[in-house]
Design a protein around this ligand. Structure first.
Ligand SMILES: [Zn+2]
Length: 63
């Protein structure tokens, strides 16, 4: 198996001579892998949030 060079998408660290079966690829470590996943999930969570109901003004008009 040939070693490869990877650049961690999370911390931009360059790793030389990484074995092809390096578990956290393309990240430099399991921590960076989890960090990237956390970022992705939190961004997705935020963008999928419904807008808060703008009901205060309408309530005032009704009364
Ligand atoms: Zn990293």
């Amino acid at each position: 198996m040939r070693a490869v060079r990877i650049v961690c998408p999370t911390c931009k660290k360059v790793l030389e001579d990484v074995p092809p079966d390096f578990p956290p690829r393309p990240f430099c470590s399991p921590r960076c892998k989890l960090s990237d996943l956390d970022n992705w999930l939190s961004e997705r969570y935020v963008t999928s949030q419904p807008l808060p109901p703008a009901g205060f003004d309408e309530d005032e008009h009704l009364h």
